[in-house]
Design a protein around this ligand. Structure first.
Ligand SMILES: NC(=O)c1ccc[n+]([C@@H]2O[C@H](COP(=O)([O-])OP(=O)(O)OC[C@H]3O[C@@H](n4cnc5c(N)ncnc54)[C@H](OP(=O)(O)O)[C@@H]3O)[C@@H](O)[C@H]2O)c1
Length: 330
């Protein structure tokens, strides 16, 4: 099947400036953590990627370990790039990361220059790319000097293997420290990727203010709390859901009665707003100007379509925000 992207692909997606950089990212980006690995149906993943690009999603987020098995999401995405998207490389922002365990021994994990450099080389090979647009350190490593990890990121950019660098899951203090080193090296941090959703708001304490002050963009991962902030689990645990999948990172134990009570209450507000719960959860994140992009996952084209529908309705009334806050803080 040949793929030709829609000519209308830039008609409706908003693009937000990433921090104080020159780069704009789509308000909704797509992550390939789940659903694109070696055990998933390749054609389903391919259809999701096509739909995303057709609707103006220019940013695809990967990591060395996405699959399972680790590396297989990059391999599959590489296949799709070569068959479908090769001609559109300059319209794409592709990111990958290293920081979690990837191969055995002391050089396949954490934050050493040895690991980051080798891992990105492997990622480029799996995806068939000369460079990625953004390379992230995936998580802070307390045992490697911050200078070494940041020097590795700077060197990778100087080598032309990445255009920009990012940090994921660093707290506010770590982010300031890392960005100071990066700025001194001449490779400022472009973007931070934290977990952020209605049900996980740690970034609101200090990180979002820090990012704004430092001119760093923010892309929120797991904005739907891996599917909990959707209609997926309102009436039990479906067999085709992430919580049911033993290879997934969501366990049935995460879906507690307390969480479900909040989800049902939020779902009612979403219905009154004529949005799905997933859409409301995305709109709620995008109301904060410091959030550059919301990084969703999807296991089907219809889920992605539903998520994109969040862009049709912006903003909340004061009363809605108050009611949502009451549910989230009770
Ligand atoms: N930096 C990091 O450490 C880190 C960590 C995690 C994720 N990420 C990034 O963030 C991306 C997104 O994470 P995530 O997959 O956890 O995001 P998410 O958007 O919170 O969850 C995606 C899952 O929610 C369900 N879903 C999505 N849209 C739906 C809809 N409209 N209706 C019903 N269910 C829906 C699907 O689950 P089912 O499979 O059950 O259908 C889907 O797989 C990842 O792919 C990755 O790129 C980064």
């Amino acid at each position: 099947m040949l793929y030709f992207p829609q000519n209308t692909r830039y008609d409706s997606m908003p693009y937000n400036r990433c921090g104080r950089s020159g780069l704009k990212l789509p308000a909704i980006s797509l992550g390939l953590w789940h659903n694109f690995g070696g055990y998933d149906a390749f054609e389903n993943g391919r259809a999701i990627i096509h739909k995303a690009f057709d609707e103006g999603i220019t940013h695809f987020d990967l990591a060395n370990n996405y699959g399972p098995p680790p590396g297989s999401a990059e391999e599959n995405f590489g296949r799709m790039l070569s068959t479908d998207l090769k001609a559109y490389r300059d319209e794409l922002i592709i990111s990958t990361k290293a920081g979690y365990e990837m191969w055995p021994g002391p050089y396949g994990d954490h934050g050493s220059k040895k690991y980051l450099t080798a891992s990105l080389d492997q990622s480029l090979c799996r995806m068939g790319l000369d460079y990625v647009d953004i390379f992230y350190h995936h998580r802070p490593d307390p045992d490697t000097p911050m200078e070494e990890t940041m020097q590795a990121l700077d060197q990778i950019v100087r080598q032309g293997k990445a255009l920009y660098v990012g940090l994921s899951s660093y707290d506010a203090r770590q982010t300031r420290e890392a960005n100071k080193i990066l700025n001194d090296l001449g490779t400022p941090c472009l973007i931070h990727q934290p977990r952020y959703s209605m049900l996980d708001r740690w970034v609101e304490d200090e990180l979002l203010d820090t990012l704004e002050e430092q001119g760093i963009g923010c892309i929120a991962f797991s904005p739907l709390m891996q599917g909990i902030l959707t209609d997926r689990y309102l009436h039990g645990i479906p067999e085709d859901s992430r919580a049911h999948n033993p290879r997934g990172f969501l366990s049935k134990d995460h879906i507690t009665p307390d969480i479900l009570q909040k989800v049902h209450a939020l779902n009612e507000i979403a219905a009154q707003r004529e949005q799905s719960l997933a859409q409301m959860a995305i709109t709620w994140l995008l109301k904060d100007q410091r959030v550059t992009s919301v990084l969703v996952g999807a296991s089907s084209v219809s889920q992605l379509e539903n998520n994109l529908g969040a862009l049709l309705k912006s903003g909340f009334g004061d009363d809605e925000l108050h009611r949502i806050e009451e549910i989230l803080t009770q």
